[in-house]
Design a protein around this ligand. Sequence first.
Ligand code: URA
Length: 199
Amino acid sequence: MSAKIDQMKKIRDEVLILKTSPLYTYRTENKYFPVIGEGSHDAQIMFVGEAPGRNEAKTGKPFCGAAGKILDELLASAGINRPDVYVTNIVKDRPPENRDPTPGEIESYGPFLDRQIEIIKPRVIATLGRYAMVYVMKKFGLDFDIEPIGQAHGKAYDAKASYGDIKIVALYHPCAAIYDRSKLPMLMKDIQVLKGIAR
Ligand code: URA
């Protein structure tokens, strides 16, 4: 078995028994799954969302509900095949009622995302929404470049990872277009930045 698969499995096993997580009891009481991530372990582009919703927690798959449908439309509009990219979240368990993740939850799960970045070594990290943008930009020392998502969306920031130069692309969360389809053209315009990057 490939080393990358082993390392990802180890992350899944650790998250499964993460009793220190503020979301552990909620997950087990509801018979939910943690959502580790899905896609190519050799992806050039890694998408990072916020936290799983109900559909995701029921299936263990990221972005498989309404937000996932929008993400699929966005990827298709940029000619990106979903299996070629890797899709994950900062927080690996569903927060109750889909509320925003707390700083404690981000602190609990952030190190798993950090490890996933080191395993996949993406050239581009596309953040979905402001929580992912802030986490990833801070992680790469871009604290001073952080702008409100209304200004940052569609921009690509240069960053240095342990394995080389990368770009961080800030995107709106696909949820933005669930209730307001008029936002879809703007999300589609932003994602074109990624065109031609995925294999
Ligand atoms: N929203 C997210 O941020 N992630 C998912 O996996 C689903 C919805």
